[in-house]
Design a protein around this ligand. Structure first.
Ligand code: FES
Length: 340
């Protein structure tokens, strides 16, 4: 049994099977709806059901209110059709018709950069290349059926050796395994690419990148991609960390700023220690941006880091004049209100 879904305002049609979420069916059909976590916990996939009925599988109650559900709003990553539907959602520019796939990877290198950050390089089978856009993410498929999402830190032209930055999560089984037991040459299964966090190249607005912790990973991929493509939109890269040691790959960022006049690097520490002998900016990373820009009206902001940081930054930047639809975040950690 399958149902037909019509999207407004585009008028696009696609089919969904009984056991598929609307988002899964859209991805299968090559239709690019906004989404992030794909498990009902970020809200990035919200949209409206105009005609027909859906049912929602498990989701986090904090992400969508009763009131929204009563008004036809749903989470397309958890909603299944009960009949043919007409839905309203803004489709995103196509990311080159990229469809996610499941494939094996070999852990080519593991390099511990700080006490809690590991860089992992993943090699694809020699016959395979992954099509992705810098900023997207992969999911590791674990033996117990669980999935763990990590951003790709590589630009898309380096698709045969994918770089991932992992932070050791207290109590996190997968990252603990990576830090303590995983060996190079291990074989893992991954699925991807996923995500709508990528550079909107059609814009000419100057770019502000805001990265906290390993939120630097997708931004690194995007910056390397702009360099490879010879794009010269002005870039300000704000990186936030607590102490100096947490600013991993600091030299790489300095090199970008040194080699390219359109790239500026602003590292910001929030809790520098005496031994850091820190002469740079000291505040929360989003506060540094607010201090530097009286009005964010003519900028695009790409922000990735802890969900709380991204949420606070979003609200503060909008207050400071940023257009709502010019704030892009890695939505598997945070979703801004419905994209318009
Ligand atoms: S809640 Fe649907 S993608 Fe996150």
């Amino acid at each position: 049994m399958s149902y037909t879904i019509k999207i407004l305002p585009s008028g696009h049609l696609f089919q969904t099977k009984r056991s598929q979420t609307i988002l899964e069916a859209a991805i299968d059909a090559g239709i690019n709806l906004p989404y992030g976590c794909r498990n009902g916990s970020c809200g990035a996939c919200k949209g409206k059901v105009l005609e027909g009925e859906v049912y929602l599988e498990d989701y986090q109650f904090s992400v969508i209110s009763e009131n929204e559900i009563n008004n036809g709003i749903t989470l397309f990553c958890r909603a299944m059709a009960k009949e043919d539907l007409t839905i309203e959602v803004r489709e995103l520019a196509m990311t080159n018709n990229i469809r996610p796939k499941i494939f094996p990877v070999r852990v080519e290198a593991l390099e511990k950069l700080t006490h809690d950050v590991m860089v992992m390089k993943l090699k694809l089978p020699s016959t395979d290349k992954l099509q992705f856009v810098a900023g997207q993410y992969l999911e590791f498929l674990l033996k117990d059926g669980k999935k763990r999402a990590f951003s790709i830190a590589s630009p898309s032209h380096e698709s045969s050796l994918l770089e991932i930055h992992l932070r050791l999560i207290p109590g996190g089984e997968f990252t603990k395994y990576v830090f303590q037991e995983m060996k190079e040459k291990s074989i893992l299964r991954v699925e991807g690419p996923f995500g709508n966090f990528y550079l909107r190249e059609e814009s000419i607005k100057p770019i502000i990148f805001v990265a906290g912790g390993t939120g630097f990973a997708p931004i690194k991929g995007m910056i390397e991609e702009t360099i490879q493509k010879g794009l010269s939109r002005p870039i300000k890269l704000y990186r936030g960390a607590r102490v100096l040691n947490d600013l991993y790959m600091d030299d790489l960022c300095k090199k970008w700023a040194n080699d390219f006049s359109h790239i500026e690097y602003i590292p910001v520490l929030s809790e520098s220690r005496k031994e850091d002998n820190w002469q740079g900016r000291e505040s929360l990373v989003h506060e540094a941006v607010l201090k530097d820009f009286v009005n964010l009206n003519n900028y695009q902001v790409y922000c990735c880091g802890a969900p709380q940081m991204v949420e606070v930054a979003y609200n503060a930047f909008i207050q400071q004049g940023l257009e709502e639809n010019e704030f892009y975040s890695d939505a598997f950690t945070f979703a801004a209100p419905l994209e318009k």
